[in-house]
Design a protein around this ligand. Structure first.
Ligand SMILES: [Fe+2]
Ligand SMILES: [Fe+2]
Length: 340
């Protein structure tokens, strides 16, 4: 890469006019380079990212609930340890994403506030209950599977901190999907009752998992702008198609069926056709009328309030450490160093 073509090399941001700043931003995007926190960016780009990244973080954190609920009821010590690790991973994903979103200038407290007051959204899938142990399989296989399809292209998102956080998240999501698949595989090769339990879980999670990619393209007005900014690389429908194509052979290998009578290989398109999804249900859940919306939010609020003493203790500890470090600095500073 030559410096003459590096849009950043022109001059420092304060010397540029608004127009030049926009040009430089556009050039970075066009050259598939990353926008970093210190770079100038259009306000709409910043706002879109804060919204998307914080919603993503909220989804990771709220998403801990349906599975957290099954940790104490996992059928063996090994299953329990795996599920605990998985739920803990999701907490980590939330933390990477909150940290990445904070680089855009919105404090974490503000993002928490938006979630707890019900103003911020999170993925609608987590407003469905986890009714049986097989749901741990269906969630891992379908929900984490859909998350992977959505998130792998986000590793190349134009905003640096977002793309980089997605790399590690995607590695962990692959493990999540495998563990879900393995739970379903075991159940589907167990007793007829166990197989039925696995099928029932897949029946309930299939539709909502397909809806995780968002509304159809013609009802997703902001998608094109996100694609122009190279935050998103594929449309909702493209990603959904990719997911369907991925899970059909996996369902066959599991010995389970996907609850869609219209599902069929389309030779001409080279893809599987699938039936219309229940979008009224989807928009209803988004508006707060899903089976668990209130419960999920209340649980988050309670956890936040119960954790207040931990936050206070951590802040006090950090303050003490800083004070101690400052004192040690003055004690050991060589003569004349006060001028620094
Ligand atoms: Fe995750
Ligand atoms: Fe996950």
């Amino acid at each position: 890469m030559t410096t003459t073509h590096d849009p950043r090399a022109a001059s420092s941001a304060d010397e540029l006019t608004a127009e030049q700043l926009q040009e430089r931003f556009d050039a970075l995007i066009a050259a598939d380079q990353r926008i970093e926190p210190t770079d100038w960016m259009p306000e709409d780009y910043r706002r879109t990212l804060v919204r998307q990244m914080s919603q993503h973080a909220h989804s990771e954190i709220i998403g801990m609930q349906p599975e957290g609920n099954w940790i104490t009821r996992a059928p063996s010590l090994k299953r329990k340890a795996i599920l605990m690790a998985k739920v803990q991973d999701e907490a980590g994903h939330g933390l990477y994403l909150y940290s990445a979103a904070e680089t855009l200038g919105t404090p974490r407290d503000e993002m928490f506030e938006q979630l707890m007051s019900g103003r911020a959204k999170y993925s609608s899938i987590f407003n469905y209950p986890a009714r049986s142990w097989a749901d741990m399989g269906a969630i891992g296989w379908l929900v984490d599977g859909a998350a992977i399809c959505n998130q792998v292209p986000l590793c190349r998102a134009s905003y640096g901190p977002y793309g980089r956080s997605m790399v590690r998240i995607c590695k962990e999501e692959s493990f999540h999907q495998r563990q879900g698949w393995e739970i379903l595989y075991t159940l589907s090769h167990g007793t007829p009752k166990q197989k039925q339990m696995a099928q029932d879980a897949v029946n309930r999670f299939y539709g909502p998992a397909l809806q995780m990619f968002g509304p159809p393209d013609d009802q997703s007005p902001n998608s094109q702008q996100s694609m122009d900014w190279k935050i998103k690389r594929f449309s909702n429908d493209e990603l959904r198609q990719r997911f369907v194509d991925m899970i059909v052979p996996q369902a066959e290998a599991l010995g389970l069926t996907l609850p869609d009578p219209d599902l069929a290989w389309n030779e001409e398109r080279g893809h599987y056709d699938y039936g219309e999804l229940d979008w009224d249900e989807f928009f209803g859940v988004i508006k707060g009328h899903g089976p668990c919306n209130q419960q999920r939010l209340q649980h988050r609020i309670d956890a936040h309030e119960n954790g207040e003493w931990v936050r206070e203790a951590a802040a006090e500890y950090a303050r003490k450490m800083q004070e101690r470090a400052a004192r040690a600095d003055t004690d050991t500073a060589p003569a004349g160093s006060e001028q620094r």
